[in-house]
Design a protein around this ligand. Structure first.
Ligand code: SAM
Length: 295
């Protein structure tokens, strides 16, 4: 880790010199607490040969903590002014800055390939960014991300929890995730009006028997109407409640259960049973957008 991490005075001075006024639109809340940086880097359990992918390096607070801990750091920053200034703040030979939208990057944008995602994410796009990167970068062996506390709770929730939903199941498709602590608003500039939470995850082999798109379509349909039984919630997707029931029974899932009680493996069993019986592929029963997809 670099000897000099950025504290409140350095962050203010840097922002003033670069003419940076943080925007809400890009989720710009910069870390100005060296202890929090050390905590994030330690919680990430990085190996010296890891290649870190940092989304949204901002003024470089976390980047300075990462360059000494891993073999290489890829920093993806959407704000051109911040991307251009970063090599001036973090003068490390093992840093590559990508002036890009993290929602649009692809595997072949990165050489060497990233093995760990470590980021204080822009809160408004945190879930889509994590899911996009896990889908696009199979070389990731895990990660540690900071998100809004409420989103951290959703991402790490298990079946039966009130906050278990689409983000929880979709993240579980790729990885085993767990909460890694709470972070108070005071360590950021500007100070956000919510607590933050750390989420650590290790990639896993997805459940067998079905492809991701089929499983995610069922997950979306099940949670669009989360208070309904699966028999009713999956009727539109299956082409009728009776067909939904048949598939659920074939998958060993109680048709009276709700989506919020199912593991990702059970969702995969439904997709596998649907494939065998040629059912599915239609949009959700109501035609409404699934809730929670991006939150
Ligand atoms: N890592 C820095 C820190 O901890 O101080 C900044 C974190 S700040 C919460 C989020 C950063 O993500 C900002 O620098 C913002 O410009 C950047 N950002 C926002 N949307 C982005 C996107 N779609 N792709 C890449 N970077 C993005």
């Amino acid at each position: 880790m670099a000897d000099t991490l950025l504290g409140p005075a350095e962050i203010r001075e840097l922002a003033a010199r670069l003419g940076v006024a943080p925007t809400k639109k890009l989720g710009q809340n910069f870390l100005h607490d060296p202890n929090t940086i050390r905590r994030i880097v330690a919680a990430a359990a990085l190996r010296p040969d890891d290649v870190a992918l940092e989304v949204g390096p901002g003024l470089g607070s976390l980047t300075l903590g990462l360059v000494g801990a891993v073999r290489h750091v890829h920093a993806v920053e959407i704000d051109p002014k911040l991307a251009e200034a970063l090599p001036g703040t973090v003068t490390a030979p093992n840093l590559t800055v990508h002036a890009a939208d993290a929602l649009r990057v692809r595997g072949d944008d990165f050489d060497p390939p990233p093995t760990m995602l470590v980021a204080n994410l822009p809160y408004n796009v945190a879930v889509p960014v994590v899911l996009h990167l896990l889908a696009s970068l199979p070389t990731l062996r895990g990660g540690l991300v900071m998100v809004q506390k409420e989103v951290a709770d959703r991402l790490t929730a298990g079946p039966g929890s009130k906050v278990y939903g689409v983000p929880s199941v979709k993240l579980a498709w790729y990885a085993d995730a767990k909460p890694a602590g709470k972070v108070p608003p005071a360590v950021f500039w500007p100070v956000p009006n919510v607590d933050s939470g750390l989420v650590s995850f290790l990639s896993r082999t997805p459940p067998p028997g079905a492809d991701r798109a089929s499983v995610f379509a069922i997950v979306d349909a099940a949670f669009t109407q989360r208070r309904k039984t699966l028999r009713a919630a999956l009727a539109g997707w299956a082409g009728g409640p009776d067909r939904a029931e048949k598939v659920l029974v074939a998958a060993g899932v109680d048709p009276r259960a709700r989506g919020e009680s199912l593991t990702v493996t059970q969702f995969a069993s439904i997709a596998a049973a649907a494939k065998l019986s040629g059912v599915g592929g239609k949009l959700s029963a109501s035609g409404r957008q699934p809730e929670e997809v991006d939150s």
